[in-house]
Design a protein around this ligand. Structure first.
Ligand SMILES: Nc1ncnc2c1ncn2[C@@H]1O[C@H](COP(=O)(O)OP(=O)(O)O)[C@@H](O)[C@H]1O
Ligand SMILES: [Mg+2]
Length: 348
């Protein structure tokens, strides 16, 4: 009984919000008729929605008008074969960022359409569930498809031995399993445009946090079917999409020419980074960039062969790629200096 009542209340409140959103008049009369309830009951729901921040009221009792409040929530389930990302965005999710800064709207639009397009084009699933929420502190977006799962799919199509390698590859950018139709930029730029970005699939999760500027690979207890994206953005962020693009793009050619490789993502073997094959995995595909920052944050030490493979062998074979190590521990710095030093000594 109670549950039925709660459901009905939710449906009424959802409807009231939708009517306010659409700008239709005679909100109260419409709800009375549709749900067979009294005017007082409708007003109780409206008061509740105002208290919760979903609606705001203006004017006196008779001429009262309502508009959307600072809190917004929208959920939807869509059949993947039947939707286009820009349409779903415009009809159901753009209003969440109404009234916020243009830079926030641009980031929200970009992340939403890129990630929903991924579900449509890559997931091989049938359905997608989208949940979006806004309050004073944050904008939250979740997009969950019921497809193959991103890490498995990348590992399968790119012939990687382990789905965890897919995470390392994704973090570098320019990774696509469909080069005919895609460029492999969506996840790289979306993860950097939002404050927090996470992909969960199977028992693996890949997160990127702009604040700590870190990428993480996490092993989960349970398993997520399909692919779940979680994105969080501050509604008052000053970040712009252009600044994110500029950071990794060549000013003249507009080419996506720079990347950051989080070296710690190759640590999953549980052992230290010592071998040439580990180094090769880290440098896989990075010759597509002109500037490569190797981020050693979270890496305490490295072995000689590993360092030699990157800073001497790879560097010699790819002179057009500028490799810059950052966030090195003293032990890592020492090994890198040693190889760079001996290489410099050997080349006049
Ligand atoms: N929802 C998803 N399900 C399965 N695989 C996905 C999903 N989203 C992305 N991928 C995989 O991740 C790759 C990178 O995605 P992205 O960075 O958006 O680049 P692009 O879409 O240009 O290929 C895709 O090529 C695809 O292999
Ligand atoms: Mg994409």
């Amino acid at each position: 009984m109670e549950l039925g009542k709660t459901r009905e209340s939710q449906a009424i409140r959802r409807h009231l919000i939708d009517v306010v959103r659409s700008g239709r008049a005679d909100l109260v009369a419409d709800a009375c008729e549709r749900f067979g309830i009294t005017r007082q009951a409708v007003h109780r729901h409206l008061t509740h929605l105002i208290r919760q921040g979903f609606l705001e009221a203006a004017g006196t009792t008779r001429g009262r008008t309502y508009r959307l409040g600072p809190n917004r929530r929208q959920t939807g389930t869509y059949a993947l074969g039947a939707i286009a990302e820009d349409r779903v965005y415009a009809s159901d999710f753009a209003y969440l960022v109404d009234g916020l800064g243009k830079n926030v709207q641009d980031i929200w639009h970009y992340g939403f359409t890129e990630m929903l397009n991924n579900a449509i084009d890559h997931s091989a699933g049938t359905r997608v569930v989208i949940v979006a929420q806004r309050d004073d502190e944050s904008l939250l977006l979740r997009i969950w498809d019921d497809g193959e799962g991103i890490f498995k799919r990348i590992a399968r199509l790119l012939d990687l031995a382990d789905p965890r390698e897919a995470i390392l590859e994704l973090s570098k950018g320019k990774l696509t399993t469909d080069p005919e139709n895609h460029t492999g930029e969506g996840i790289f730029f979306t993860s950097r445009a939002f404050d927090f970005f996470r992909i969960t699939a199977g028992d693996l999760a890949f997160s990127h946090s702009e604040e700590s500027d870190n990428d993480f690979l996490v092993h989960l207890q349970g398993a997520t079917g399909g692919t779940l994206l979680t994105m969080i953005l501050s509604p008052t962020t000053q970040r712009t999409l252009a600044s994110v693009f500029n950071e990794y793009t060549d000013a003249d050619t507009l080419d996506f020419s720079k990347t950051v490789v989080p070296v710690r993502l190759a640590l999953y073997e549980g052992v230290a980074l010592v071998s040439r094959s580990q180094a090769k995995r880290i440098m896989n595909r990075v010759e597509r960039f002109r500037n490569v920052l190797l981020d050693f944050a979270g890496v305490d030490m490295v072995g000689r062969s590993f360092v030699d493979e990157i800073f001497r062998v790879f560097a010699r074979n790819h002179p057009q790629v500028a490799i810059k190590p950052v966030n090195m521990s003293p032990a890592v710095q020492k090994e890198v200096d040693r190889v760079l030093g001996s290489d410099a000594a050997a080349t006049p």
